[in-house]
Design a protein around this ligand. Structure first.
Ligand code: MF3
Ligand code: CO
Length: 255
């Protein structure tokens, strides 16, 4: 899964390098698609079942678009907050990750949202490492992430959640980024061997979302910006292995 994760990290790096004013979304999608194929990997989003099969190898969501934005002819503009999400399967194993990047110069409000989203994921990873040692529950991690997002003045999206991942992109358990009575009922213990795709989505305003008529694009109801970051995390005896970490980033997170 680390090999698949490295490819996802490489694809996100490539997408990031293209995220400039004037770039067409479909150009980024094409580049990522070709990158996976060049590396003998299968893009996992393409054809994903829904009301209409998913039409690309990436989800490219701009500003008030939360997730599942379609890679069409739209052109990136200075100041856009772009979320890039992608996944691949290599030699039978999957990896899934997402980044939020600014296009050109972005407002300080958008940049703060982006930074807090990164902080929330980072804090989540460290809390998983801590709870893993004590065979703790996922809800402890979710509560910490939600608290950090809300203390910063944002709202966590509750309509969409993370997931287990392995031979398939979406496996049990569901991995919510918030806690309520419902999520506590389907809580699970953190133990070595689990691999989770953790993907907090933070809204500048209200947490509620809706899906556009294209059947995919999820937007905030209030039209305010949203940020989304994701890593595939392997839970091991030694700590948390960030399987989608970039080549030169920290890969093992211990308590
Ligand atoms: N990263 C998202 C997910 O984890 C994107 C999947 S949407 C798809 O679940 F349809 F494009 F695959
Ligand atoms: Co995912």
């Amino acid at each position: 899964m680390r090999q698949a994760g490295l490819l996802v990290a490489g694809a996100l790096k490539l997408a990031h390098s293209m995220a400039l004013p004037g770039t067409k979304l479909e150009e980024i999608d094409k580049a990522v698609d070709e990158y996976f194929l060049d590396h003998q990997a299968e893009p996992l989003f393409k054809g994903y079942p829904g009301k209409v099969p998913y039409p690309g190898s990436t989800c490219l969501s701009i500003n008030e678009q939360v997730v599942h934005g379609l890679p069409g002819p739209r052109v990136l503009a200075e100041g856009d907050l772009l979320k890039v999400d992608t996944a691949c399967r290599l030699a039978g194993w999957c990896a899934d990750a997402a980044i939020t990047v600014g296009v050109g110069k972005i407002s300080s409000a958008k940049d703060r949202l982006r930074l807090v989203a990164l902080e929330v994921l980072d804090l989540g990873i460290r809390e998983i490492a801590f709870q893993l040692k004590r065979k703790g529950l996922w809800s402890e991690v979710a509560a910490k992430m939600q608290l950090r997002a809300e203390s910063a003045g944002y709202r966590m999206v509750t309509q969409y959640v993370g997931h287990g991942i392995g031979r398939s992109m979406h496996e049990p358990p569901q991995v919510p980024n918030y806690v309520d009575r419902q999520t506590r009922r389907s809580d699970f213990r953190l133990e070595p061997g689990l691999v989770l795709a953790v993907e907090p989505m933070l809204n500048m305003g209200d947490s509620s979302t809706r899906v556009l008529r294209d059947h995919w694009t999820v937007v905030t109801r209030d039209g305010l910006a949203s940020a989304h970051v994701e890593h595939t995390l392997g839970l091991t005896e030694k700590g948390v292995w960030v399987l989608t970490a970039d080549d030169n980033a920290e890969q093992m997170v211990n308590v």
